[in-house]
Design a binder for this molecule. Structure first.
Ligand SMILES: [Zn+2]
Length: 105
């Protein structure tokens, strides 16, 4: 029996009522019940939120800027994030991601 550490509700025998909280930089926090995970994620998002730029929410964590939530890369300043969003229609291949994808094959 595993219960949510926040509200104490049972998360189901196979964690079917569980949710994960994942930070903007993909750092994983604990597993909670789905409701608490959602509330916690929203709290984190409003804490890290910087601004909306062309309908994209920009987040900041520890001085690094992220163009979206659960983003594997970051920028050192907000101008670079905006430039990235401006350029998002261009096909940008992230070499680190590509290596990772290839390593799964
Ligand atoms: Zn809970």
């Amino acid at each position: 029996m595993t219960n949510c550490k926040i509200c104490g509700n049972h998360m189901g025998m196979y964690f079917q009522y569980a949710g994960r909280v994942i930070d903007v930089d993909c750092e994983r926090f604990g597993i909670y019940c789905r409701r608490c995970a959602m509330v916690d994620t929203e709290k984190l998002q409003s804490k890290r939120f910087v601004e909306y730029y062309k309908d994209n929410a920009i987040y900041m964590k520890e001085g690094n800027y992220y163009p979206y939530w659960e983003c594997p890369y970051h920028f050192k300043n907000i101008e670079d994030v905006r430039a990235r969003i401006d350029d998002s229609h261009a096909a940008i291949v992230d070499m680190e991601n590509l290596k990772f994808v290839n390593s799964l094959k």
